[in-house]
Design a protein around this ligand. Structure first.
Ligand code: EPS
Length: 376
């Protein structure tokens, strides 16, 4: 299975093509639109979300609510395009009025302008914008539905936000039940503290990031590989999460925490009881030797603060070469809760890709039967 996305932030829409899905996957359209709405929400979101009301439109590959086995095309159209058509149309349009030359530190503006020989950062930022993640959430939710048919479930929550960290270790069920606060945090106390900080940052024209924890339960052992480094499951999942805008670090299980501990405090001992093999800990985060080991997959990702600050960081105006304040239009103060939804979706896509690569299957029935025959 392969997913390709296209589309600009203020263009006509965002598009995804999913190639390689088996036939007869039942699509829950309402769930996809629910996930899109969740992505648009959360504390600290900017004015753009008041314009958009993201909905997934299926343009190919699905008939009567089931996949056909042909490439699935999903579109999320931009309502804001009505306000931008004059500047963004593929045909001749006004490419002067909305120029961006005061490049934003931390954004793709400067490196992208150099790479693509552009004098207007708009030709770079339109695609670099995290608006693209809307369609990744739609495609990822289709993959979530495929995984669910196999008994694999994905959840997540915001563990740290605006410098407030919740150190509690939650079970999968607790996260799945509690996570949908405005901040994406589970603990009401942490959530309240973070919300206060975000309000202060908004008043100061600043932005913030956070840490997102993701879990996948029900994945059997043996996905990924210890034989080919490109197929290592941890390498693939980390690459998928790092591909999301603003993600600057990813860890598996206790991750960086493992570096300072002794081996006996890191590795999860193995026990047997009446023929059943089990562990009492899961510091490895469900992956050993590049393969799933049957335990819960646990990943954490660090999101940096959004680079568009209303107060405008110091930069250079590339049209004059003079010092300037970085470009602003409107900005999210914080998109960490939205990013949590995005990362869950991207994790679903990466897991579905690994599952289909190993098991194949033209139909869901074939895939489910093959998965069922695997050892735990
Ligand atoms: C986004 C929409 C964008 C940004 C944001 C993500 O809307 P606009 O650029 O029209 O305000 O709010 O993009 C960025 C954070 C970025 O750096 O480009 C969305 O729908 O998620």
């Amino acid at each position: 299975m392969k997913i390709v996305t296209a589309g600009e932030s203020h263009g006509k829409g965002l598009f995804a093509i999913i190639e390689g899905l088996p036939a007869h996957l039942k699509i829950d359209f309402a769930e996809i639109d629910r996930m899109l709405a969740l992505r648009q929400g959360g504390i600290g979101r900017g004015a753009r979300q008041k314009i958009e009301c993201d909905r997934a439109e299926f343009l190919s590959g699905v008939r009567g609510g089931e996949t056909l086995g042909s490439p699935v095309t999903i579109a999320v159209f931009n309502r804001d395009y009505a306000n931008w058509e004059a500047y963004m149309a593929p045909q001749e349009c006004d490419t002067q009025s909305r120029r961006v030359t005061c490049v934003r530190p931390g954004h793709a503006d400067l490196a992208g302008m150099r790479k693509y020989a552009q004098e207007d950062a708009r030709n770079v930022l339109e695609r670099a914008s995290a608006r693209e993640t809307a369609v990744r959430v739609a495609a990822g939710t289709v993959c979530r539905q495929l995984l669910r048919a196999l008994g694999v479930h994905v959840t997540g929550y915001v563990r740290a936000l605006a410098g407030v960290t919740d150190e509690t270790e939650y079970s999968f069920a607790e996260i799945a039940r509690e996570r949908r606060s405005d901040t994406g945090m589970v603990s009401p106390k942490s959530s309240e503290q973070a919300a206060l900080r975000i309000e202060r940052l908004r008043q100061e024209g600043d932005t913030c990031g956070g840490v997102i924890e993701l879990r996948a339960a029900g994945l059997k052992s043996g996905f990924g590989s210890c034989m080919t480094y490109r197929e290592k499951l941890d390498a693939r999942l980390c690459a998928a999460l790092m591909s999301v805008q603003a993600i600057k670090g990813v860890e598996v299980g206790i991750g960086f925490g493992a570096a300072a501990r002794r081996g006996s405090e890191v590795h999860d001992e193995i026990f047997a009881e009446t023929g059943r093999i089990f562990r009492n800990t899961n510091r490895a985060g469900g992956i050993e030797g590049g393969m799933s080991n049957g335990e819960e997959i646990v990943l954490r990702a660090a999101m940096k603060p959004i680079p568009t600050l209303m107060r405008g960081l110091r930069t250079v105006d590339l049209s004059t070469g003079l010092p300037a304040a970085a470009a602003t239009e409107r900005s999210d103060v914080c998109a960490v809760a939205a990013c949590e939804v995005i990362l869950e979706s991207v994790l679903c896509s990466a897991l579905a890709e690994a599952v289909l690569e190993r098991l194949g299957g033209d139909t869901m029935a074939e895939l489910i039967a093959r998965y069922g025959r695997l050892p735990v």
